[in-house]
Write a protein that binds this ligand. Structure first.
Ligand SMILES: [Fe+2]
Ligand SMILES: [Fe+2]
Ligand SMILES: [Fe+2]
Ligand SMILES: [Fe+2]
Length: 414
């Protein structure tokens, strides 16, 4: 069904401020929640964090008090939305359990967006990042069973496979190779919406890991959050460098609200939990109000119509769902890729003196948490933890689940 966001009035801003009990929502039940409801909550928390931080940056670049008041008003509402959405996560979900949700989201969101993406270069970059988060899911799942005795397949609802991706140890690169080529938003605005979604999700993952890395007592657990946190930093660099740098602050303000409308509108169409669906519906109405407000500001300061910036009809909805075949397909053809400048190449095609190898040597010394976590699991359970729903790993070298297998996997990629 066509949805024309600029024609919707939404909820007036004056009616959007909530009382504390309205913000303090009922969390989901971690044993009954649909895994993609958890993923949607994690995603929208990241989107709301991004909305609030963007509006802070906007205000820091403006000396216009009236404008800054308008921005402060909706920014505070974005903050209430963030509190409400993040409050859906229950207190009895451990940090590592929640982390499994973060990486399941990263895998299935990136795969979904890669399949929707019209720009072949952007799609290639999404697929590249996909295999890295896929590996993080495997490392954290091993940590979860080792430290808490829980199986990650229960958390992902058997919708996402758990096995080695591009090994985390091989993902560490010189930052010069993290920067990609920017798109031109005009060629396909939907592509820019896809990129914005991943930037916000990866930024939230980076922020989350950098804050919770001191929660585990176990040194391998602490190290794993540090090591993977550094890859999330790489991912933020990678995805943000795809963004069109040309839009000005006012154009970005409209884009941000339109982006939030697109996402909440997508969520309403797929949410099975009635209480959470009500929240998504309410947030959609709120975002339509924000879009109206951003449009007013745009008209006043830019003397142009905001409708010129983005499609009149919302692009196809983003639907989170199982992507096992797609992930396997990318895994079987691209696991050995690395970056050389803005391009992706098989690691064995890099010259021996490439900065990749120098960087690898600097960070990967003796204790490598992403390897140790698997070694510890093998020590305790005789083999690594996996959830292989569609059969053996599609790449032969990753099929062995003992210490010898672990060592062999490392040596081909580093
Ligand atoms: Fe928002
Ligand atoms: Fe990740
Ligand atoms: Fe990531
Ligand atoms: Fe908003």
């Amino acid at each position: 069904m066509e949805f024309k966001p600029f024609q919707e009035k939404g909820m007036p801003i004056e009616k959007q401020v909530k009382s504390w009990p309205e913000v303090n929502v009922q969390p989901y039940n971690k044993n009954e929640v649909d895994p993609y409801t958890r993923c949607r909550v994690i995603l929208m928390n990241g989107i709301e964090v991004d909305a609030a931080l963007f509006k802070h940056e906007f205000a820091r670049h403006s000396a216009d008090i009236d404008l800054n008041r308008q921005v402060a008003m909706t920014r505070k509402i974005e903050q209430e939305q963030q509190k409400m959405v993040n409050g859906l996560i229950p207190g009895d979900e451990s940090v590592i359990e929640n982390t499994i949700g973060y990486e399941q989201l990263a895998v299935d969101l990136t795969a979904t967006l890669a399949k929707m993406e019209s720009d072949p270069y952007v799609k290639k970059i999404f697929d590249f990042g996909l295999l890295e988060d896929f590996d993080h899911l495997y490392r954290y799942a091993n940590l979860l069973e080792t430290l808490e005795g829980k199986k990650a397949e229960k958390i992902v609802g058997k919708m996402t496979e758990i096995m080695p991706g591009r090994p985390t140890i091989a993902e560490h690169r010189n930052p010069f190779d993290d920067v990609r080529k920017p798109v031109d938003m005009k060629s396909d605005p939907a592509s820019s919406l896809n990129i914005c979604t991943l930037v916000a999700a990866e930024q939230q993952t980076m922020n989350y890991y950098m804050n919770v890395l001191n929660r585990p007592i176990d040194p391998v657990g602490r190290g794993l959050y540090q090591e993977i946190g550094m890859i999330e930093e790489q991912h933020v660099t990678q995805y943000e460098s795809l963004c069109d740098p040309k839009p000005n602050w006012f154009e970005r303000l409209v884009m941000h609200e339109y982006h939030e409308v697109w996402l909440y509108h997508s969520l309403v169409q797929q949410e099975p939990d009635p209480a959470i669906k009500k929240i998504w519906k309410m947030c959609l109405e709120m975002e339509l109000g924000h879009l109206q407000k951003a449009g007013e500001i745009f008209r006043k300061y830019q003397k142009k119509d905001p409708e010129e910036l983005l499609p009149e009809v919302l692009p196809a909805p983003l639907i989170l769902e199982s992507q096992m075949e797609y992930v396997r397909d990318i895994l079987s053809t691209q696991v050995n890729l690395t970056a050389n400048g803005t391009d992706l190449v098989p690691v064995d095609q890099l010259p021996k003196d490439h900065r990749y190898f120098a960087y690898q040597k600097m960070v990967n010394k003796k204790f490598i948490p992403s390897q140790e976590v698997i070694r510890e699991h093998i020590g305790k359970f005789k083999k690594d933890y996996r959830f292989e729903a569609l059969g053996a790993h599609p790449v032969g070298i990753y099929q062995k689940r003992d210490e010898a297998g672990l060592n062999a996997q490392t040596s081909i990629d580093v």
